[in-house]
Ligand binder design. Structure first.
Ligand code: HEC
Ligand code: HEC
Ligand code: HEC
Ligand code: HEC
Ligand code: HEC
Ligand code: HEC
Ligand code: HEC
Ligand code: HEC
Ligand code: HEC
Length: 420
C-alpha cells in the first residue's frame, strides 16, 4: 500500500526525487500520533542540536499531529553525531523548492490522509494551473514561490490563526516579499504597486481599518494556489461573487454582453482592479466619455445617470438633516427613520441597478428617494412652523407675567411708604 502511494506521488512529477518513506507512512501508523513530545524526549537527537528549529516547529500545527523532523528530512534521530544523524536512512537534508512541493503534496494531495481533518486536497492541482506553479514546475524558475514561501517551513499555521502568514490581513504582506521586489518583478515586466494600491482602496480600507473580512484580499480575486490574474471574461464573475446584485444588473445590460464577447474588460472598464473605489456621482458622465462619443446616446444616458445620482445624493442628505432637526426639537422620529431607511435602500439599488443602463428602472427608484425625502422634509417644516407658532402663542403669557411683576413692584413700594 505504501509502495503504491509512493508510486502515485512520484508519478505526479517527471523526475521523482527521493522522499522520506515516513512522510507517507506516518499518518497510517496509529503509533505515530502517540509518540512522546519530542521536546522532552532525550532520545530524539535532531532537536538537541537544532533548538531554534524546534522552537519554530512547536508553534506550528504539524507538531500537534505527531509529525517530526525526520518525517520531512529523513536522517536518524537516534544518532547523536551530526555525521551519523545526517546519514541515517533516507536523509534528504535541505529541501529545494521543487522537492518541497513534492514533500508537502505527499500528504496534502492524498485524500486518505486529509479526509479525517476535513482538509481539501486540491492545492497541488491548483498550484499547477497558477503562474507560480508553471514557473517553478515547468520552467524551473526558482523565483516562483513554493509551498513554504507562503506557509513557512516549520511554523505552519491554519489560515484562521491570526499569526498565520495566510490569515486575511497578513496575506498581502506574504505576497509583498516578492511582489514589492522591483528587481525580481522587473524580470517579468510586472509593477510593484499592487499591495499599496489595494491597501488604499475601498477594499483595503474595509479590510484593514474596519476588519471587514468580507472584503477581498489578494487571493479572493486571484486564488491562493491557483494565482492568476482573472481573464477578461472572468472579471465580472470574480467581482460578482461578492457584488451579486451588481453582477446581475451588469449582465442584463449591453455592457454585460460586451464583456462576454471580450469587447469590454468587465468591471475594470470603469473601476480599478487594485485601487477599487466608488465612482463619485459628479464623475459618472466623464467615465462614459472615456469610451463613448460626447453626444452619443450612451453619453447622454451617462449624463442622466449622473444627474439622478447627484440629485438623489443631495436629497438623501437633506432628509438625513431633517431627521436630525426633528430629533433635536424633541419629536419622535421612529416613523420617519423607517421611511428614510426605505429611501436608503432605493438609493443603494440605484447605484447597483444603473449597471444595467436601464433608465426606466432608475427613474422608478430615484422617484422613490425623491418622494420620501420630500415627505421627511415636509414633516420637519411643519414641525418648525409649529415651533414658531408656539413661540408666538407665548407672547401674551410673557406680557402678563411682566405686568404682574411691575404691579407687584408698585404695590410693594406703596406698602413701604405707608409703613414709613
Ligand atoms: C550533533 C548535532 C546535530 C544533530 C544530532 C543533527 N543535526 Fe542537523 N545540522 C547540524 C549542524 C551543525 C548543521 C549545519 C551544518 C552545515 O551547515 O553544513 C545541520 C544542518 C541540518 C540541515 C540543513 C542542511 C544544510 O545543508 O543546510 C538539516 C535539514 C538538518 N540538519 C536536519 C537534521 C535532522 C532531521 C536531524 C535528526 C535526524 C539532525 N539534523 C540532527 C547538527 C546536527
Ligand atoms: C513538514 C515538513 C518539515 C518538517 C516536519 C521539518 N522541516 Fe525542516 N525544512 C522543511 C523544508 C521544506 C525546508 C526547506 C527550507 C524552506 O523551504 O524554508 C526545511 C529546512 C530546514 C533546515 C535548513 C534550512 C534553514 O532554514 O536553515 C533545517 C536545519 C531544518 N529544516 C531542520 C528541521 C528540524 C530540526 C525539524 C524538527 C524540529 C524540522 N526541520 C522539521 C520542512 C520540514
Ligand atoms: C506527513 C504528512 C504531512 C506533510 C509532509 C505535510 N503536512 Fe501539512 N498537515 C498535515 C496534517 C496531518 C495537518 C493537520 C490537520 C489539522 O490539524 O487539522 C496539516 C496541516 C497543515 C496546514 C494547516 C491546514 C489547516 O487549515 O488546518 C497547512 C497550511 C499545511 N499543513 C501545509 C503544509 C506544507 C506547506 C507542507 C510542506 C512543507 C506540509 N503541510 C507538509 C500533514 C502533513
Ligand atoms: C502564493 C502563496 C501560496 C502558495 C505558493 C501555497 N499556498 Fe497554501 N495557502 C495560501 C493561502 C493564502 C491560503 C489560505 C486559504 C485561502 O484563503 O484560500 C492557503 C491555504 C492552504 C491550506 C489550508 C487549506 C484550508 O482550506 O484550510 C493548505 C493545506 C495549503 N495551503 C497547502 C499548500 C501546499 C501543499 C502548497 C504547495 C503545493 C501551498 N499551499 C502553496 C497560499 C499559498
Ligand atoms: C517567492 C516569490 C513570490 C511570492 C511569495 C508570490 N509571488 Fe506571485 N509571482 C512571483 C513571480 C516570480 C511571478 C511570475 C511573473 C510572471 O511570470 O509573469 C508571479 C506572478 C504572479 C501573478 C501573475 C501575474 C501575471 O500577470 O503573470 C499573480 C496574479 C501573482 N503572482 C499573485 C500572487 C499573490 C496573490 C501572492 C500572495 C498570496 C503571490 N503572488 C506571492 C513570485 C511570487
Ligand atoms: C478586487 C480584486 C483584486 C484584488 C483584491 C487584487 N487583485 Fe490583483 N488583479 C486583479 C485583476 C482583475 C487583475 C487583472 C488586470 C487586468 O488584466 O487588467 C489583477 C492583476 C494583478 C497582477 C498582474 C500585474 C498587474 O499589476 O496588472 C498582479 C501581480 C496582481 N494582480 C497581484 C495582486 C496582489 C499582490 C494583490 C493583493 C495586494 C492583489 N493583486 C489584489 C484583481 C484583484
Ligand atoms: C470577497 C468579496 C469581494 C470581491 C471579490 C470584490 N469586492 Fe468589492 N467590495 C466588497 C466589500 C465587502 C466592500 C465594502 C463595502 C462597504 O464599504 O461596506 C466592497 C466595496 C466595493 C466598492 C465600493 C462601494 C462603496 O459603496 O464604497 C466598489 C466600487 C467595489 N467593491 C467594486 C469591486 C470590483 C470592481 C471588484 C472586482 C475587481 C470587487 N469589488 C471584488 C467585497 C468584494
Ligand atoms: C471601457 C469602455 C466603456 C466605458 C467606460 C463605457 N462604455 Fe458603454 N459600451 C462600451 C462597449 C464596448 C459597448 C458595446 C458596444 C456596442 O454594443 O456597440 C457599450 C455599449 C453601451 C450602450 C448600448 C449601446 C450604445 O452604444 O448605445 C450604452 C447605452 C452604454 N454603453 C452606456 C454607457 C454609459 C452610461 C457609460 C458610463 C456610465 C458607459 N457606457 C461607459 C464601452 C464602454
Ligand atoms: C460602465 C462603467 C461601469 C462598469 C463597467 C461597472 N461599474 Fe460599478 N459603478 C459605476 C458607476 C458610475 C457607479 C456609481 C453609481 C452611483 O453612485 O449611483 C458604480 C458603482 C458601483 C458600486 C457601488 C454601489 C454599491 O453597491 O454601493 C459597486 C460595488 C460596483 N459599482 C461594482 C461593480 C462591479 C462588480 C462591476 C462588474 C460586474 C461594475 N461595478 C461594473 C460604473 C461601472
Amino acid at each position: 500500500m505504501i509502495a503504491a502511494a509512493r508510486f502515485v506521488i512520484c508519478g505526479i512529477f517527471l523526475a521523482p526525487a527521493a522522499l522520506p518513506l515516513q512522510a507517507v507512512a506516518l499518518l497510517q501508523s496509529p503509533v505515530a500520533a502517540q509518540q512522546r513530545d519530542f521536546t522532552i524526549d532525550p532520545d530524539y537527537s535532531c532537536v538537541t542540536c537544532h533548538t531554534e528549529k524546534r522552537r519554530a516547529f512547536l508553534l506550528g500545527t504539524h507538531s500537534e499531529r505527531g509529525i517530526r523532523c525526520h518525517d520531512c528530512h529523513g536522517g536518524d534521530p537516534r544518532a547523536f553525531e551530526q555525521a551519523t544523524a545526517h546519514t541515517g536512512p533516507e536523509y534528504v537534508g535541505p529541501l529545494d523548492k521543487m522537492a518541497t512541493v513534492q514533500l508537502c503534496s505527499s500528504c496534502h494531495s492524498d485524500p486518505d490522509q486529509m479526509r479525517q481533518y476535513g482538509l481539501p486536497v486540491g492545492e497541488l492541482a491548483e498550484y499547477r494551473t497558477s503562474r507560480h506553479g508553471q514557473l517553478l514546475l515547468e520552467q524551473r524558475d526558482y523565483n516562483a514561490p513554493t509551498c513554504t514561501d507562503c506557509h513557512d517551513a516549520h511554523t505552519i499555521l491554519p489560515p484562521n490563526d491570526a499569526r498565520s502568514n495566510v490569515y486575511p490581513t497578513n496575506i498581502a504582506h506574504t505576497c509583498a516579499r516578492c511582489h514589492e521586489d522591483a528587481a525580481m518583478m522587473g524580470e517579468y515586466g510586472l509593477g510593484t504597486d499592487q499591495i499599496e494600491t489595494h491597501r488604499a482602496s475601498a477594499h483595503g480600507v474595509a479590510l484593514y481599518q474596519r476588519q471587514d473580512f468580507a472584503a477581498p484580499t489578494c487571493v479572493s480575486c486571484h486564488g491562493s494556489h491557483a494565482a492568476l490574474p482573472p481573464a477578461v471574461t472572468q472579471i465580472a464573475d470574480v467581482c460578482g461573487h461578492c457584488h451579486v446584485l451588481v453582477r446581475r444588473a451588469f449582465y442584463a445590460g449591453p455592457h454585460g454582453r460586451a464583456a462576454q464577447s471580450r469587447d469590454l474588460p468587465g468591471c475594470t472598464a470603469c473601476h480599478s482592479n487594485h485601487g477599487t473605489e466608488r465612482i463619485q456621482p459628479n464623475r459618472i458622465a466623464a467615465t462614459c466619455t472615456e469610451c463613448h462619443e460626447a453626444d452619443s446616446p450612451a453619453a447622454l444616458a451617462g449624463l442622466e445617470i449622473q444627474e439622478d445620482a447627484t440629485r438623489t445624493t443631495v436629497e438623501l442628505h437633506a432628509a438625513e438633516e431633517a431627521i436630525q432637526a426633528l430629533a433635536r426639537a424633541g419629536r419622535t422620529v421612529a416613523d420617519v427613520k423607517l421611511r428614510y431607511q426605505t429611501a436608503v435602500t432605493a438609493y443603494n439599488q440605484i447605484s447597483q441597478a444603473q449597471h444595467s443602463l436601464d433608465l426606466e428602472v432608475l427613474e422608478d427608484l430615484s422617484r422613490q428617494v425623491s418622494s420620501i425625502s420630500r415627505d421627511v422634509r415636509a414633516a420637519e417644516e411643519v414641525a418648525a412652523e409649529h415651533r414658531w407658532e408656539h413661540g408666538l402663542a407665548l407672547i401674551p403669557i410673557w406680557f402678563l407675567a411682566l405686568s404682574a411683576t411691575v404691579l407687584a413692584w408698585f404695590k410693594l413700594r406703596a406698602l413701604r411708604r405707608e409703613r414709613r
